[in-house]
Design a protein around this ligand. Sequence first.
Ligand SMILES: Nc1ncnc2c1ncn2[C@@H]1O[C@H](COP(=O)(O)OP(=O)(O)OP(=O)(O)O)[C@@H](O)[C@H]1O
Ligand SMILES: N[C@@H](CCO)C(=O)O
Length: 313
Amino acid sequence: MSVFTPVTRRSLEPFLARYHVGSLVNFHGISEGVENTNYFVDTSDGQFVLTLFERLNYDQLPYFLGLMDHLHQRGVPTPAPRRARDGALSQPLLGKPAALVDRIPGIGVADASARQCAAVGEALARLHTDGQGFDGHRPPDRSSDWWQATAEALRPQLETDECELLDDELAFQAGVDRSHLPSGVIHADLFRDNALFAGEQLSGLIDWYYACNDRFIYDLAVAVNDWCVDEHWAPRADHWTQLLAAYAAVRPFTDAERVVWSAELRASALRFWLSRLYDRCFPRGGDLTLIKDPTPQRRRLERWRAGEALPLP
Ligand SMILES: Nc1ncnc2c1ncn2[C@@H]1O[C@H](COP(=O)(O)OP(=O)(O)OP(=O)(O)O)[C@@H](O)[C@H]1O
Ligand SMILES: N[C@@H](CCO)C(=O)O
């Protein structure tokens, strides 16, 4: 469970009074998540999720919360962020920036069905197309510069075989031409725990705090890397095909995207392998914090390096 900043009733009540959400009934910390402190909050007017941003500052929030607002208004399944009485989408709480969004129904799916994959593919493509009208801009914070800096910090802590794999992959990635790829707003972290389903119905995409302007095909690779592999991290053909087909029905792929597809899958596995290694080697404090295992991302990377990825349709 990740509660880095414990919230008390005494601190929460004056915070909620700044919104039109009624009075506090109940609240409790949320067990999933590794980035921020999250609480479910029930009030006399509804059910909400409170997020205290542990690493983001006030200047960064308008992009994420404004984007959620933009997408929600266009029917892309996303929770609506609430505005405080002063019109702002965030307010301070316990010295951290915090936001209140509507709690959406449903649960994350550990074992997604092929139909659920199709729903995710369609929603991702709609994010990419409907996000075009959003006027915010944010560079990626997990780009190749971050890969290099993180690799440097990690090297003294890694085994020899890990260092060799890392260095070889970084060298490969440095040679990939990404200059002609369609780009715009992306989610950048669309794992299974960041989509909630009520049955086969996708109720919403959550956790927008890595969203940025970057390559659409990379965003798709992040999703496929998580949604469309089996327990040995090999491609699941039905999931893979359905997610990509549903995506392409909304936004067809370009030739340049087909060329880089396998490299983008590798980039995605590399990014999450690195961040999980980093969290393992340099854990953050917190009441109860969850550290995700880096090994499954390494295994995916090895599979994509071995040419086991399925092509784009
Ligand atoms: N709007 C929402 N409606 C319902 N449940 C939500 C909502 N937002 C978050 N949750 C719940 O809170 C959990 C943690 O949220 P989230 O994934 O955003 O955590 P995080 O620590 O901010 O991010 P990360 O997944 O990157 O670690 C989710 O798995 C989900 O169960
Ligand atoms: N989705 C990420 C955690 C948050 O970025 C992972 O599974 O490593």
